[in-house]
Design a protein around this ligand. Structure first.
Ligand SMILES: N[C@@H](CCC(=O)N[C@@H](CS)C(=O)NCC(=O)O)C(=O)O
Length: 206
């Protein structure tokens, strides 16, 4: 459940597609609204998207959803069986939640969520600087690696949802060769192309 152009929802839909799971998508949140109804709040008390329903199980929080899908349906592939192999994936997944996403989404907010005439270049520049520091961590990690934890993993999903927005927003981006190569690599995956390269034009506050 959730709007397909929500970055947090895209983590879930991208993971579903990587795992080849058929699902019913219920558009909610954003311009679809419907997240403040008693029915929806009974599933997700925070009134946010995404929410996943799998039989009688309901899960909210995008990273919990991605981990659940990987563990339940991707044992041995998206869910490496060894805790040693999962540890670096989880460390980057948690870093995306606590550090990377707050940084890049701040830039998105200062551009997309603020009408053009009210945008503050100094706020945008400060946001880009913060996001650039976080992207710099990814740049370093991708030195000699194709993906954040070596092989493609859910760490790439939860961070990779930023890339289409980052590379299409009207901002002065630093040139980061490894990040650009990672973006190009992810674009080769149909699950990324279909679920992340999604217009966010309707999110602009005019
Ligand atoms: N930490 C939550 C954040 C969820 C969140 O903030 N979702 C946004 C969309 S990206 C939302 O539901 N906004 C209200 C709305 O879309 O109506 C997660 O990762 O699932």
């Amino acid at each position: 459940m959730g709007s397909k152009n929500s970055a947090n929802v895209q983590k879930a839909t991208w993971a579903l597609a990587e795992l080849g799971i058929d699902y019913e998508h219920v558009p909610l949140g954003g311009s679809f609204k419907g997240v403040d109804t008693p029915e929806y709040l009974a599933l997700n008390p925070h009134g946010l998207v995404p929410t996943l329903r799998d039989g009688d199980l309901v899960v909210w929080e995008s990273h919990a959803i991605v981990r659940y899908l990987a563990a339940a349906y991707g044992a041995g592939s998206l869910w490496p069986l060894s805790p040693r192999d999962r540890a670096p994936i989880d460390q980057w997944t948690d870093w995306a939640e606590t550090t990377f996403q707050p940084a890049w989404i701040g830039v998105f907010g200062s551009i997309v969520r603020v009408p053009k005439e009210k945008q503050d270049p100094s706020v945008i520049a400060a946001g880009v600087a913060k996001a650039t520091t976080a992207f710099g961590q990814i740049e370093k990690q991708l030195d000699g690696r194709d993906y954040l934890a070596g092989n493609f993993s859910y760490a790439d999903i939860v961070s990779g949802v930023a890339l289409y927005r980052w590379f299409t927003m009207d901002i002065a981006r630093p040139s980061l060769a490894n990040v650009e190569a990672w973006y190009a690599r992810l674009q080769q995956r149909s699950a990324f192309a279909e679920n992340v390269i999604v217009s966010y034009a309707d999110l602009y506050v005019r």
